[in-house]
Design a protein around this ligand. Structure first.
Ligand code: C2E
Ligand code: MG
Ligand code: MG
Length: 590
């Protein structure tokens, strides 16, 4: 501010001016930035804050310096333009640039400034703010948002972004991008047995091996858990992708040392290829994921290449699921019953309830096509409950047709998810009370598979015991196709095992199958269990089974699955010796 020369020519600055100067100094002291004044290209004044920012102990050494020498060479053009703009207008956008401090370090700074008059000559006053810490924090946060904290590798968000860019780069060329979805096999076992720290150590080690097995420009991302996704750019096609998978697999082949233990690791890998610039990143990842699941189903350490139809297949499943829900509501389901025959007498021992779907357009659909879809959701619980109720209701009708000394076993299949339903025992108890009025005559057998027993062994054990306590017997279905762990035959209250039809198919021709079935029968008998052979189609199979001492059989040779009405007719007709004609001495002696 100009001194008030007219009023007090000889007495120095006025009180108002002194006050104003004091206020200005205080304001400057409060300002978070340092203040620097330039005249021409040099610094003529700087405060302590500015000096400290630039690693000087006091402003002295700054005075007289060419300011451009403090600016990072790459930022000097921008700095000069900024200074030039200040003479035109005092308020401009802040300028962010790097300053070189006295100790050689770099300072990320923001400058604001104004053209002023200093002792009668034009000058520039700058306020310098140190952004180094703020920018570092921002960069850290951005990095954390885009990277996995454990491995430091890109996260899903960054991978999708890079995949999108890679797809855009394909342009019109013939090049492709490959997405490899890798899932470490049996990782949970490592976590459970060696602890989470060892599990983390393993994941870091795996991520490093994956990284070195691919080219520097490609990306390895961690999707969480034991899932890694690799993006490979500029590849020629399936052969290249297969070669990469082999390199990745080979990189994991050497054992890892974690938690002081040496462990071998494999990964199941699913691959999808993006062939044109319209490919969608998320779909490519989804296809690779689905291919990985298929690879895992086929056994550990394998890989599958997506044929690009996974998405359509998934849509097909969704379609089946919603149609199946409708089927349940609109009465399109029907239970058929397939006879199970006692081999020593040809007497009808019981029937197995088998579901059929009368699709309004596609006709009859067998359970193999829809039960697996239903098993992926809770739909199997409603369907299973419906089958149980329907069969129990049917049983009361059959019951009326039985003589007082006759009995019939009703077998119903139970999926793993149904078995673990908390209200299963209660539901079955209610059905027995309401439906199967004389349980001594029509008894219920629930068929479970080996796989459902190992899902949650302890809970399954409790539930099966409770079922036994209310008079339900338990059969193991498809025996030989799952874990075939004989220990649970002892552990669970099982009464029957059903030998899978794949062993029965060649029992009279393939010595190996005959040996297996013979061993199963002997073992089951030693444990006091009843053996049922599934899928008996030919008299020769029947003869062999009889010779091996198998107790019962089920198959097209006796009967295909029948409608409830047809079973009723059977009970009214030839029952109980319905199939004795098939057990001719000629066939038995074969
Ligand atoms: P499963 O329980 O092992 O049933 C036996 C399957 O073998 C039935 O197939 C039956 O029709 C078929 N089969 C019987 N004898 C022969 C034969 O001589 N030759 C051949 N090739 N096959 C024979 P289906 O009815 O198609 O059922 C397939 C599977 O679907 C069943 O296998 C069972 O696991 C499941 N399933 C059927 N109904 C239900 C149900 O209500 N609930 C649940 N959870 N699963 C069911
Ligand atoms: Mg069955
Ligand atoms: Mg079976």
């Amino acid at each position: 501010m100009a001194p008030d020369k007219g009023l007090r020519p000889h007495s120095g600055p006025s009180t108002a001016t002194v006050e104003l100067e004091g206020r200005l100094r205080q304001l400057i002291a409060l300002c978070p930035g340092g203040v620097v004044t330039l005249q021409g290209a040099c610094i003529i004044e700087a405060d302590h804050k500015a000096a400290r920012m630039l690693a000087f102990t006091n402003p002295g050494p700054l005075i007289g310096r060419r300011v451009a020498n403090l600016v990072h060479p790459e930022d000097r053009v921008r700095f000069n333009a900024f200074i030039g703009s200040l003479s035109d207008s005092p308020t401009t956008q802040p300028c962010e640039l790097r300053l070189i401090s006295n100790d050689g370090g770099l300072l990320e700074a923001s400058l604001v400034g104004a053209a002023i008059s200093y002792r009668g000559a034009p000058a520039i006053q700058l306020v310098v703010e140190d952004l180094t810490t703020r920018n570092a924090t921002r960069r850290l946060l951005a990095h954390q948002a885009l990277h996995d904290p454990l491995t430091g590798f890109p996260s899903r968000v960054l991978l999708v972004d890079r995949l999108r860019q890679a797809i855009a780069r394909i342009g019109r060329s013939d090049e492709q991008v490959a997405v490899l979805f890798c899932d470490v096999d049996r990782f949970k076992a490592v976590n459970d047995s060696l602890g989470r720290d060892a599990g983390d150590e393993l994941l870091v080690a795996v991520s490093r091996r994956l990284r070195v097995s691919i080219r520097p420009g490609d990306t390895v991302a961690r999707f969480g858990g034991d899932e890694f996704v690799i993006l490979c750019e500029s590849i020629g096609g399936i052969d290249d992708a297969t070669a990469i998978v082999q390199r990745v697999t080979a990189s994991l082949s050497e054992p890892f040392t974690v938690g002081g233990e040496e462990i071998s690791v494999t990964a199941s890998i699913g691959v999808s290829l993006g062939t044109n610039r319209l490919a969608d990143p998320n779909e490519l990842i989804r296809d690779a994921d689905a291919a990985m699941v298929r690879a895992k189903d086929l056994g550990r350490g394998g890989f599958e290449i997506s044929d690009g139809t996974t998405h359509e297949r998934a849509l097909g499943r969704i379609h089946i699921e919603s149609a199946l829900r409708r089927a349940l509501e609109e009465d399109q389901l029907e239970v058929f019953y397939q006879p199970i025959v006692t081999l020593s007498s040809g007497v009808l021992h019981g029937v197995e309830a088998l579901l059929r779907w009368h699709h309004p357009e596609r006709g009859m659909i067998l359970p193999g096509q829809f039960i697996p879809v239903a098993e992926d959701s809770d739909l199997i619980v409603s369907i299973g409950t419906w089958v149980l109720e329907k069969a129990a209701l049917q049983a009361t009708k059959w019951e009326a047709l039985l003589g007082t000394d006759q009995s019939l076993k009703l077998s119903v299949n139970l999926s793993a998810r149904q078995l673990l339903q908390p209200d299963l025992v209660q539901n079955v108890r209610r059905l027995l009370a309401e439906g199967l009025v004389k349980p001594s005559q029509v008894t219920l057998c629930l068929e479970v598979t080996e796989t459902s027993l190992v899902r949650d062994t302890e809970q399954a054990g409790h539930i099966l015991k409770d079922l036994c306590d209310i008079g339900v017997s338990i059969g193991i279905d498809d025996f030989g196709t799952g874990y075939s762990s004989l220990s649970y035959l002892k552990r669970f209250p099982v009464t029957t095992i059903k030998v899978d039809q794949s062993f029965i198919a060649g029992i009279d021709e393939v010595a190996h199958d005959r040996t297996i079935v013979s061993a199963i029968i002997d073992l089951a008998h030693a444990l006091g269990l009843v053996v049922v052979a599934e899928g008996v189609e030919r008299p020769e199979q029947l003869a062999t089974l009889t010779e091996l001492g198998c107790d019962m059989a089920q198959g097209f040779l006796f009967e295909r699955p029948l409608t409830a009405k047809a079973v009723e007719e059977l009970l009214e007709g030839s029952f109980p010796n319905s199939y004795s004609h098939l057990l001719q001495p000629t066939s038995r002696s074969l």
